[in-house]
Design a protein around this ligand. Structure first.
Ligand code: F6P
Length: 342
């Protein structure tokens, strides 16, 4: 059996740990031959493959990024794209199936290819934790740790100047990173896409914290919308899947908070720092386990499914179940944290 592995979409700490887990178990237990596919679906379309042995994956679980490279290429686009061309390319290289490690866009493409006759199975990844059908995705814990550390630092400089600090985190249209890092860092206001707020509500919470002698810390998710805004703030155009590139809402909020409260306010966009560097211990373990189970899945020819975390177990879930709806923050999780605000 010969299997290609790809990483696609935004990178995320833990991708290399998955690759290592797949290759170690697949080669040792099942005698599967692996090839690395360069830069996500781009490598499938272009037939850009290289041998992936135990040697290539040694010591990888702690290494950030992805040794395979990644891109946001759509496999159905371009003259060599589409299921028919891809089937020919894979056949020409004697590749029996693909393990696609990716987020929503990647898994949607994987599902479409599977429905069009290509053997694909998936491993969910995203720092955003926005995928249904997995309790947590690897990368999320690392992003929360990085954001928490950054906010701890913002608090000491905020305290020194008695300023309001606004920290903007990633997450696209879900507020998991903001909620978890905000709770961990003791933020006074947490703004998430699932709960629109007005600027006066935000300013009131900031004022309350300031009146108690605290330097207010606001964490805002990049996908947050102020009450009355139809769409998340975006001034950076569209990505390869025609989705708006988010980021910058903190720069909108900070001057408004300052105007309404008179408290000097600064905005910090944490950006891609949240995706860089070594995965946390939790993410190394989760990613490795997903990789080990992905090797079992291809050996058992469980195509059209992804491996996922349910409670403490790794299970298999059909692509269709994992796609369509986002894993948003339930309102009870936000309300539970409300006692900490202001
Ligand atoms: O999905 C992961 C993510 O980091 C989002 O949180 C963010 O909106 C997006 O990717 C950024 O994408 P890019 O790396 O293409 O700028």
């Amino acid at each position: 059996m010969k299997i290609g592995i790809l990483t696609s979409g935004g990178d995320c700490p833990g991708l290399n740990a998955v690759i290592r887990g797949v290759v170690l178990k697949g080669t040792t237990n099942y005698n599967i031959e692996f090839v690395g596919i360069r830069d996500g679906w781009r490598g499938v379309v272009d037939g850009d493959f290289f041998p992936l042995t135990r040697h290539e994956v040694k010591g990888l679980s702690k290494v950030g990024g992805t040794i395979l490279g990644t891109s946001r290429t759509n496999p159905y686009e371009g003259p060599r794209g589409g299921a028919e061309n891809i089937a020919k390319t894979l056949y020409g290289h004697h590749i029996d199936g693909i393990i696609a490690i990716g987020g929503e866009g990647t898994l949607a493409a994987a599902n479409r290819l599977w429905n069009d006759g290509i053997n694909v199975m998936g491993v969910p990844k995203t720092i955003d934790n926005d995928l249904r059908a997995t309790d947590y995705s690897f990368g999320f814990d690392t992003a929360v740790n990085i954001a928490t550390d950054a906010m701890d630092r913002l608090r000491t400089t905020g305290d020194s100047h008695q300023r309001c600090m606004v920290a903007e985190v990633m997450g696209r249209h879900v507020g998991w990173i903001a909620l978890h890092s905000g709770i961990a860092a003791g933020a006074h206001v947490i703004c998430i896409p699932e709960v629109p707020m007005s600027i006066t509500e935000i300013a009131a919470q900031v004022q309350k914290a300031h009146d108690r002698g605290r330097a207010p810390l606001v964490v805002v998710s990049e996908g947050f919308t102020l009450t009355g805004m139809d769409e998340a703030f975006s001034d950076k155009g569209l990505d390869a899947f025609n989705r708006p590139r988010l980021g910058g809402i903190s720069e909108v909020l900070a001057p408004e908070i300052e105007r309404l409260t008179g408290i000097e306010t600064r905005a910090t966009v944490l950006g891609h720092i949240q995706r860089g560097g070594s995965p946390s211990g939790f993410d190394r373990v989760l990613a490795t386990r997903l990789g080990l189970h992905a090797a079992d899945s291809v050996y058992e020819q469980a195509w059209g499914q992804m491996v996922s975390l349910k409670g403490t177990d790794i299970v298999r879930v059909p692509f269709a179940e994992a796609l369509g709806e986002l894993n948003t923050v339930p309102i009870y999780r936000y309300e539970e944290a409300a006692a900490l605000f202001g």
